[in-house]
Design a protein around this ligand. Structure first.
Ligand SMILES: Nc1nc2c(ncn2[C@@H]2O[C@H](COP(=O)(O)OP(=O)(O)OP(=O)(O)O)[C@@H](O)[C@H]2O)c(=O)[nH]1
Ligand SMILES: [Mg+2]
Length: 220
């Protein structure tokens, strides 16, 4: 298992670095997806199911960013994705320079799709462009339907909202309709996929969106 220790990028313009990385990934035909959410919302579980379902059709890599440990990268490798664990030196987000270094250490030229599992929290990752082609956020049912009100930037920055753990909806007062309305008020273009990575409900629509996104990324 490869582990890379990253520290804060020293360049002055993260936005410029992010644009340059995005352009290179576009030239290479590799879609980088920045996956953001709270700790424990279900990123690794969703990715595990997604990799298992799509690995015959797409070459997939996963960059796992955490403050410590390598458990998530090990899980991904066991499921058949190329993976690297990036340690962020205590930082609560990935920036474009850190993402580039992790990509280079993993090796990515032959991949169709790469997920960056960002550090778990709903604040800092939304503030730093990683150079990804798409931003995807996860909100899980136990976290509550009020999160768009509390963390608006994350919802504004995301192309897709995956609402996960829908298999436990009946145990919580999570209002799917209210959550959709709150997210769309902040970001009218956001695409929303309710799923359960455990029962598999809704996974098909999310995976179809991914395949479509990879194909349009290659053809633009
Ligand atoms: N019921 C249910 N549990 C889920 C689902 N997805 C994930 N879980 C559980 O939620 C817990 C956390 O899942 P992870 O996938 O590790 O979450 P994560 O976002 O990767 O966590 P960090 O990397 O620590 O931020 C685990 O116990 C999973 O089994 C789901 O769709 N339904
Ligand atoms: Mg994880």
């Amino acid at each position: 298992m490869k582990v890379i220790e990253l520290n804060k990028s020293v360049t002055s313009s993260n936005d410029r670095d992010a644009d340059a990385l995005r352009e290179e990934m576009r030239q290479n035909g590799t879609l980088l997806i920045n996956l953001m959410s709270s700790p424990g919302s279900g990123k690794t579980t969703l990715l595990g199911k997604t990799v298992t379902d799509l690995k015959k059709e797409l070459k997939i890599g996963v960059l796992e960013a955490d403050i410590a440990s390598d458990v998530d990268a090990k899980t991904m490798e066991d499921l058949g994705a190329r993976s690297i664990q990036a340690h962020t030196d205590g930082m609560c987000h990935m920036d474009a320079g850190m993402t580039r270094r992790a990509l280079e250490a993993m090796g990515h030229d032959d991949l169709d799709l790469i997920f960056l599992e960002n550090v778990g929290n709903l604040i800092c990752p939304a503030e730093f462009d990683t150079g990804s082609g798409k931003n995807v956020m996860i909100l899980s049912v136990p976290e509550g339907d009020d999160k768009p009100l509390k963390y608006p930037l994350m919802f504004e920055q995301s192309d897709v909202l995956v609402i996960t753990k829908t298999d436990v909806l009946s145990y919580f007062d999570f209002d799917l309709k209210k959550c959709r309305e709150r997210a769309r008020k902040l970001n009218p273009k956001i695409q929303i996929f309710p799923v359960s990575a455990v029962s598999g409900a809704g996974m098909n629509a999310w995976e179809e969106w991914l395949k479509q996104a990879v194909s349009s990324w290659k053809n633009t």
